[in-house]
Structure formats: C-alpha cells, structure tokens
Design a protein around this ligand. Structure first.
Ligand SMILES: C[C@H](O)[C@H](O)[C@@H](O)C(=O)CO
Ligand SMILES: [Mn+2]
Length: 418
C-alpha cells in the first residue's frame, strides 16, 4: 500500500472520529504505550531447553507438526526478533523457566539460579525487550498430577523451592531492567477422576503459596493463574478460579486471567471490573479457546474485543498487563505470533477509539436506543485506517504485507531446520 493512500485514509478516519469526540492522535500515543508480553513458548511448542521427560505434560498439549520449530536458544531468539520486527510498538518477552540458558548442563528445577538467565537479561537489553517470567511445573519427572499441592512432602518441597528460586530470578530481571518483572504462577495440579479430598489439596496449595510468597521483593510482581481443567485432569483443579481469586484478594496479589481457562460461556471481560475492585492488578493471557483451552492463535473476535473494551471502560490501562498465551504447531510459528499480536492490538485500538463519552451520556440520560445504535455504528468506523497509520509510523509492514515477510523468513531460515 502506498504511504500517501494510508495517510489519506487516516486523515478521513481522524475526522470521522473527531466528530464523535475521539482524538485519534491521543489514541495513537496510547497504542505506543500498549506493550504485549510475547510468550517465548510459541517458538518451539512449549519444549524448552531441558528435555528431561521428552514430552509436554501438565494437562496442556500442542497439536500439529509444522516444520521449522526453534530447537535451541539461538533459534528461539532469532524467531522472536523476526516476529517483533513485524509487530508495531515495543514489547516484552515472557519466559518460562525451562527456557534458561543452561549451556547443555542438567540443571534441575530446584537448582535453577539467576545466572541461568543472565544471557537473557543481556539479550533483553540489547533488543529493547523487558522480561516477564513463569515458574514451570509441567514436563518434569516430578510433575505428576500434583506439584505444590502434593501430600508427599518431598515432592511439594521440591516445587516450593523451584517457585521460590523463580521469584528470585524474576527479581533479578526486574532490577536489571528497571521495571518490575511479572512472574506468573500456574500449576496444573488436579485429578482425572473425582476426589474426596478437595479441601486437603487446597490447604496444601495455600500453605505452599504462603511459604513461596513469604519473601518480599521490590522488583518483581507475582500473579496467580487459575484454570477450569487440564487434559487428563478433568474432574478437579486445585487452583480453581474461586481459590486463586480469594487468595489474591486476601493477599493483595495480581490475578492472571487466561482467556482459555474458563467455561466456554463465561465472560472473561465481565471479570475485569469485578476483580479490579479487590486485587491490585491483572495479567492477561490472551488466547483463543476452541471448545476447550486449545490455545489457538488470538484473533480479533468478540470475546477479546469485549475484554479490552472493559479494561478501557474501567479506566484500568495502567493496572493491566497483556501476555499472550497460545501455541499452535500446525502453522508457521512466526506468523502465529504476528497474527495474534496484531489482533490483540486491533482489539485494544478499537477499545480506545470507542466514543465512550457520548455512549455514557446516552446511558445517563436513559437513551437506550441511542446507546445501542452508536455501539453498532462504532463497529464499522474506520479503525483499520488508524491501525494502518500506527504500523506506518512504527516502520512495520502495513496490512497483509507481513505475509510475504514471514514467507521469506521461512524460505531463508525455518525451512532449513531439520
Ligand atoms: C505454557 C502454559 O500454557 C502457560 O504457562 C499457562 O499459563 C497455561 O495457560 C496453562 O494452560
Ligand atoms: Mn496461561
């Protein structure tokens, strides 16, 4: 697309929005401040660099066998740099513990140290990507069905030690980057069949969390992530939504809302204004569940649009962090990053462009028809011209032009991987 055309379309869009009291220049500035935390695990199908069990466990699964997955730390880094070059704005990188720079050494999870992430911290600085972090309870000989809620003290202590060490690593990352590193805690603990000991496991998880969070840090923030169920753990999840919401409210912790972790008819968007009254901040794991937590690539769908609109309507832009969490092994993986990230940005852009003042005025005046009509009209306003302008100003391909870039990288790089 010619630059001139993009500018012309933007100028028209700017006027259309101005008529409704929306300042597109202000929105473009806000978009510049909207940072996604790119999940490193889309590069390699959640395998990491440990290779202790050889397979992904913990109730999650990747499906597909598209060629070219990243096989080592250099390939993961190269793929992330490529993906980020096609996404406007500046973004963060979300690392799982299994992606440490172990240099071929077998480092068990209760032995991991900040030094295993020193090269990531350097890399983050060099590439202008701040880091977020996750402890990893899955894909390990001690993962089983229960980690932090395991009645076996030896296993539970192993995972407590792991998670404590991860917090110390997150603290180092936060300190080095001058900005808090957000550390997510998700454990798969649950049961395939019914259990008559629900309370016991939840008491154990609560006690583990209390031990883990006993150390206070200044440069990292903790968030806790619930899930409705995992594969093979269908009957019971120790860390349910009620469990973690209550824990977070009582202990002033952030909640992670993974859009794939709820019942299919449940609205994640509706949770934003409710939870933010009780917890300090939210972390999102934006995904696209198809029937279950299938971790399909994020698209600009109604649930994601609703979610971002609720954040803007709640005036909570500075209290929400935006991670992506999907892993599709059936398509080009770099393409998956770009499509998902751009879709999330479009959802945020549309939320920011909403003529909220007018809509609220209608609502206050009891003008239900007018509110409904404007909400409908807003869907078709020229938001995409604003997104194109955003891409142009950030020197990244506009519109579908990134497809050719991804194809070229596949030809030159990923297709050559064995
Ligand atoms: C890799 C995992 O999917 C991720 O850490 C966790 O956030 C999750 O969503 C598990 O379903
Ligand atoms: Mn998640």
């Amino acid at each position: 697309m010619k630059e001139e055309m993009i500018n012309k379309a933007y100028e028209i869009a700017k006027e259309r929005y101005a008529e409704l009291g929306v300042d597109t220049e202000k929105v473009l500035n806000q978009m510049q401040d909207f940072h996604l935390s790119l999940h490193c695990w889309q590069t390699d199908d959640v395998i990491g660099f440990e290779n202790l069990t050889g397979s992904l466990s913990g109730g999650i699964a990747t499906t597909g066998n598209y060629p070219g997955r990243a096989r080592n730390i250099d390939e993961v880094r190269a793929d992330i740099i490529k993906a980020k070059s096609l996404i406007p704005g500046t973004h963060r990188l979300n690392l799982h513990e299994i992606y440490g720079d172990f240099k071929g050494e077998a480092v068990d999870r209760d032995q991991v140290e900040p030094k295993h992430f020193a090269s990531w911290i350097e890399w983050g600085k060099e590439n202008n990507m701040k880091l977020d972090f996750n402890s990893t309870s899955f894909s390990h000989p001690k993962s089983g069905n229960l980690s932090l809620a395991n009645p076996d003290e030896g296993i539970r202590n192993f995972w407590i030690e792991h998670t404590k060490r991860c917090r110390a690593i997150a603290e180092e990352m936060g300190k080095a980057q001058g900005d808090p590193c957000i550390m997510n805690l998700w454990v798969h603990d649950g049961s395939k069949d019914m259990t008559v000991n629900k309370l016991k496991y939840r008491e154990l998880l609560k006690d583990s969390l209390d031990q883990i969070f006993a150390t206070k840090y200044d440069n990292m923030k903790d968030c806790i992530e619930s899930k409705v169920f995992g594969i093979g753990l269908e009957s019971y999840t120790v860390g349910s939504n009620d469990f973690y919401t209550s824990y977070a409210a009582q202990n002033n912790k952030m909640i992670t809302l993974d859009t794939g972790h709820f019942h299919p008819t449940e609205s994640v968007a509706d949770k934003v204004s409710a939870m933010l009254l009780y917890v300090p901040e939210l972390m999102l794991h934006v995904s696209r569940p198809i029937r279950w937590d299938s971790d399909h690539v994020t698209i600009m769908d109604d649930p994601t649009l609703d979610l971002f609109s609720e954040i803007v309507r709640a005036g909570a832009l500075d209290r929400v962090h935006y991670g992506l969490d999907y892993f599709d092994a059936s398509i080009n993986r770099i393409g998956a990053y770009v499509v998902g990230s751009r879709a999330a940005q479009k959802c945020m852009l549309r939320a920011l462009l909403e003529p909220l003042a007018t809509l609220r005025k209608y609502e206050d005046e009891g003008k239900g028809f007018e509110r409904l009509a404007l909400l409908e009209e807003a869907k078709a306003l020229p938001w995409n011209a604003v997104y194109d302008e955003f891409c142009l100003r950030n020197n990244v391909p506009v519109g579908q032009a990134f497809i050719a870039d991804v194809e070229q990288y596949e030809k030159d790089v990923t297709s050559k991987r064995g």
